[in-house]
Ligand binder design. Sequence first.
Ligand SMILES: N[C@@H](CCC(=O)N[C@@H](CS)C(=O)NCC(=O)O)C(=O)O
Length: 220
Amino acid sequence: MIDLHTWDTPNGRKVSIMLEELAVPYRVHPVNIGEGAQFAPSFLKVAPNNKVPAIVDHDSGVSLMESGAILIYLARKYGKFLPQSADGEAEVLQWLMWQMGGFGPMLGQLMHFNSVQDEQGGYAQARFSKESQRLYGVLDQQLQGKSYICGTLSIADFAIWPWVARAEPQKISLVDFPNVSRWFQLLRQRPSFERGYHITNKVADVPMPAAVKTDAVKTK
Ligand SMILES: N[C@@H](CCC(=O)N[C@@H](CS)C(=O)NCC(=O)O)C(=O)O
């Protein structure tokens, strides 16, 4: 049994989506980061960096924080969503690292500064918006002629998709990125993505959004 400590955020959703795709048993422990639950001593024992997600795998005794490390661990444990060949694995890890080091942090900052109204917010908003647009362009190029980021469904898709699902607060129009838009819609149709996206809302017993907001998402 795996314990998943998470909240309804892009990094948290990567792991619940993967667990739903794997169809393995797991329990969700909501960590309400809006109320400071990430600083509770019991959570810090599992995640010393006080951020979600984190897992405890009771089969192996492994306790892990950092969503990228968790995705790699689960992929290796279950032998799925990470190619066995050295070159195949390297390609997936390359896009996972791209998400962990660039796409996620930039979009996180962009969403923050989009919500800040003062002058300082304006400068930072423009800076992160420009870089985010560039990163979406890189992803769009990678998805040209492909159903999935690395050809077949992998942990790179699980890591990147929940960030694209937040395009609206990022003020990014997916109309400008037709390959990203097509890929986003393809994965959105998978029941495991739908379940994994909403899992923390269900468990946290707060109102569930009607659907992932995709009004701005139109394929060309
Ligand atoms: N690099 C970490 C980032 C995790 C992260 O930033 N989590 C956010 C939610 S998406 C969080 O827990 N924030 C709470 C806080 O900063 O206090 C990962 O990918 O797991």
